[in-house]
Design a protein around this ligand. Structure first.
Ligand code: NDP
Length: 257
């Protein structure tokens, strides 16, 4: 099916690479007008027709700039996908104040500030759909990821509150909770994991898919960014109208195991 997002205007943060990149590309193919942002220019040029700007979602002035540009470039906003995120691989004891500020600035304050900015715009236009990219780490403690795990629990909690408080204004809000998708972020984690254990990267990768090992992924492969993008399209399309406040897990059976 194509054209599921025809006539929709979407703001998607962190579209320069990884999961966000797949979401912006699929949304554009499904007919949406897309505006994305990241702190640095995308290394690979974006497909024609996708609008982008450099903006840091952890900064108040840049969130305002993004909202202003969204209105002037798109004319309206029907969809907000809070995808931009960062990771710090440390325990509580090892995390510094700066780690806290950096990670929470993007993963929690940025999500809150963008929702606060865009909900009135959407509501004034008859409603809209918000997707916050959470994680399976919100409900399960990935070792040495204390602040990251906590930030994603915040994202799921905020998602539920928005769904409840703003549903009557036509706002749908859901979280997508991916398992491991191979992107810059997860590569960094896999490399750190290998270094900690004195293992090779390949040995660590095997632990995800070898069914004999306790941490294997039942699907026996990683999740693709395209699979996350397809779920985002569903949640933003008319077919997903009854989805509200959900934490939509796409993890290849990791948590169930
Ligand atoms: P990547 O690091 O590959 O991409 C992150 C994107 O966000 C980049 O475009 C980056 O661009 C942008 N970004 C980061 N910080 C900011 C900021 N302050 N302001 C604006 N843009 C920013 O990560 P993934 O694609 O893996 O992750 C995307 C989302 O999915 C994140 O929320 C992550 O927590 C979540 N997730 C990922 C999983 C995985 O296995 N990969 C699993 C579960 C959840 P730039 O650096 O130029 O700003």
């Amino acid at each position: 099916m194509s054209g599921q997002l025809k006539n929709k205007a979407a703001v998607i943060t962190g579209g320069s690479r990884g999961i966000g990149r797949s979401i912006i590309e699929l949304f554009a193919r499904e007919g949406a007008q897309v505006l994305t942002c990241s702190r640095s220019e995308p290394k690979d040029p974006l497909p024609q027709g996708i609008s982008s700007l450099t903006a840091d979602v952890s900064r108040s002035d840049e969130v305002k700039k993004l909202a202003g540009e969204a209105v002037s470039r798109l004319g309206k906003v029907d969809i907000l996908v809070n995808n931009a995120g960062v990771q710090v691989e440390k325990t509580v004891v090892d995390s510094t104040d700066e780690d806290f500020e950096t990670l929470m600035g993007v993963n929690t304050w940025g999500v809150f500030a963008l929702c606060r900015e865009f909900i009135p715009l959407m509501a004034g236009n008859g409603g809209g759909t918000i997707i916050n990219i959470g994680s399976i780490s919100a409900d399960h403690a990935d070792p040495s990821m204390a602040l990251y795990n906590a930030s994603k629990a915040f994202v799921h909690g905020l998602t539920r509150s928005i769904a409840v408080d703003h549903g009557h204004q036509g706002i749908r809000c859901n979280a997508i909770c991916p398992g491991t998708v191979r992107t810059n972020m997860s590569e960094h984690r896999i490399e750190a994991f290998a270094a900690e254990r004195g293992a090779t990267k390949e040995e660590v990768l095997d632990t995800y898919i070898d069914q004999k090992l306790p941490h294997h992924q039942p699907m026996r492969r990683f999740i693709t960014a395209e699979e996350i993008a397809a779920a985002a399209v569903y949640l933003c399309s008319d077919a997903g109208a009854a989805m509200r406040g959900a934490a939509f897990t796409i993890d290849g059976g990791w948590l169930t195991r």
